[in-house]
Structures are given as C-alpha cells and as structure tokens.
Design a protein around this ligand. Structure first.
Ligand SMILES: [Fe+2]
Length: 333
C-alpha cells in the first residue's frame, strides 16, 4: 500500500512540476509578446529616421541635386510626434521635394499634413497620390497581404481634392499623368507620373514616349512600384523612378527582411535603391506611417530619404543613419 502511495505521490509531484513549468513558459511567452507589441506599436513606429543615399543618375556635367523623398505619411490629426519630426525636415533645405502619396489616414488630416510639411511646400516639389489619399483606412485581414489576388475593399472617400489644391497653391506640381519640365538648382528635370497602379488608376499611355533628351534627369513617379509600370518607364529611357507604398515590408524579420511588398515587386527591392533594367534606378521609400488599423513596425523604421543625385560617372553609395528628432535637430540646427 505504501509502495503504491509513493508512486502516486511521485506522479502527482512530477505532474505539478510539469504544469508549473508550462505556466512559467506560457507566462514568458505572453511577456515576450507584450514586449514585442509595445516595441513595435509604440517605440519603432515612432522611431523616425532619415536615410541618405547617393545615386549616379544625372547626365555628365550636371551639378549634384539634393532630393528629399517623403511617402506614406498616413497622417491623422493627433500624430504629434510624426508631425514634429516632419516639420524639422524643412531645415535640410533640399533642392527638390518628392511626395509619392498615401498622405492621409483621416478625413480631417489635411491641415496636419500641410502644417507638418511647412516650408517644404515653398521649395520646388512634385507629387503623385496613392490609394490612401483617395480612400480612408479599413480594418483588413493581415493574411490577405500574402495573397496577390485578394479582393480590395475601399474605405470612405478622403478629401484628396483639398490636399491637391493646397499642394498646388503652395507651388508643388502634380505629376499625375502629366509630363513636367523644370529647372532646379541648375539641373534640368523632366518628370512624369502615374496615378496609383495598386488600385489600377495608372494610365501610362498619357505620358508614354521618350522624355526630353536635353534634360539632365528623367524622373518617373508612382505610388506603388508595380513592375508593369517600372518596365514602361525603363523602356522610355527614364533615369530614376521614385515610389512608396511598400512600407518597407512594415513587419520584417531579422536576417530575412520583409515578408511581403504588398505589390508585385520582389522582396529584394522593398525599400532603398535598386536597378531596374540596364539603365534605370529605382528608389522605394519605406514611408513614415502605417494604417491606423495596423499601427506597428518591426525591423523597419519609418523613414524619409535624402537622395543626392550625381552624374552617372560618380558611382552609387547608400548608407543609413539614425536620426531621432533631437539628433536631426542638432545636425541641421
Ligand atoms: Fe501606404
């Protein structure tokens, strides 16, 4: 009898140890998940950074051109940290500002976008819009981003006409389905853009053809870097296409990178500089925001990019620098 009781007690003791280990493991996992959630939604989502790149895309003999690339603000009226950080970018004094869309995430966000951009709107600038300038955010199944054939649902209309009017009133050029020619800091630029290919609003035929060969820079703009559009720009002889939309993958894995690009672009080009075809460069911005329904970033900080464009003979360089708000202020102050 005693022998049986000891065996039973052993099993009970062993089961108790096992269950307490399981509880500790579950608690550890829950703590890790909570820490990850806090980090990605509070810390990294607001860890704005300025990325510097040098691209050799200008005709020989042209002066270097400093281009500030802003994309995917997804602004809401109360995102004061982001608004403060963006307002500091004005002090960089870029020669040209390019905005590749998805500015809005709230019907009352137009004033916040305009106030944040501030003096940048008084500098030469061009823009194209993305789906999140036209339609408000909606709650989506996150797993749909792994499927290219998912059906799209659109949110409520956003006041993109007000945003467009404000940009144009301050002097920026809408490059949507238009070929623009301008001279910036002595550099002759031909630029053309398409409406957002992600929601099939692109009409490349409206800008098709070889751009002015006398230009120092032939620049294409699109919100979503869809390969079918990049191929058209490359075939027409453009030097550089600038795009946003991918959010750099938004949730990335260490040593692996982005899981998805949210378009037909391959993962290796999800952000930064890459080549497209034999003679064209592509620059994709990881953007500064997220949908309010997916407010998290991991291994993919929100960014603006300062591109220094140089003549083709000079070679490329790309490097990241972390600039939280105070660091940025001290650098440019
Ligand atoms: Fe976006």
């Amino acid at each position: 009898m005693v022998h049986v009781d000891n065996a039973l007690a052993g099993r009970i003791s062993s089961a108790g140890l096992t269950s307490s280990a399981a509880v500790r493991a579950a608690g550890g996992l829950a703590g890790l998940a909570a820490a990850g959630l806090f980090y990605s939604t509070v810390v990294e989502r607001n860890a704005f950074t300025l990325r510097h790149s040098t691209l050799s895309v200008l005709e020989p003999g042209a002066a270097p051109l400093r281009v500030l690339h802003i994309s995917d603000l997804h602004m809401t009226p109360h995102q004061h940290l982001k608004q403060a950080w963006v307002s500091e970018l004005e002090a960089l004094e870029p020669d040209l500002v390019i905005n590749t869309g998805d500015n809005l995430a709230h019907p009352q966000a137009v004033p916040a976008v305009i106030q944040s951009l501030g003096g940048l709107l008084s500098r030469p600038g061009m823009f194209v819009f993305g789906s999140n300038d036209y339609f408000g955010p909606r709650l989506k199944n996150p797993f749909q981003y792994f499927r290219s054939d998912h059906t799209r649902t659109f949110g409520d209309p956003l006041p993109w006409q007000d945003l467009r009017a404000a940009f144009i009133e301050r002097g920026w050029l809408d490059a949507t389905h238009t070929v623009r020619e301008l001279e910036v800091s002595g550099v002759r630029v031909v630029a053309a853009g398409v409406d957002d290919p992600h929601i099939e609003r692109d009409r490349y035929e409206t800008i098709a053809g070889r751009p002015n060969p006398l230009a120092h820079l032939r620049l294409g703009l699109t919100h979503s870097p869809e390969p079918r559009v990049l191929d058209r720009f490359a075939d027409d002889g453009y030097d550089l296409v600038m795009a946003g939309h991918t959010h750099g993958g938004q949730l990335c894995l260490p040593f692996f990178g982005a899981l998805v690009t949210n378009c037909e672009l391959d993962r290796s080009r999800v952000k930064g500089v890459s080549s497209w075809g034999s003679a064209m460069k592509l620059h994709v911005s990881a953007g500064l925001g997220t949908s309010p329904y997916a407010p998290a970033r991991f291994c993919c900080r929100p960014e603006a990019s300062l591109l220094t464009l140089t003549p083709v003979s000079n070679g490329d360089a790309e490097f990241d620098e972390d600039h939280s708000l105070p660091q940025l202020a001290s650098e440019i102050g």
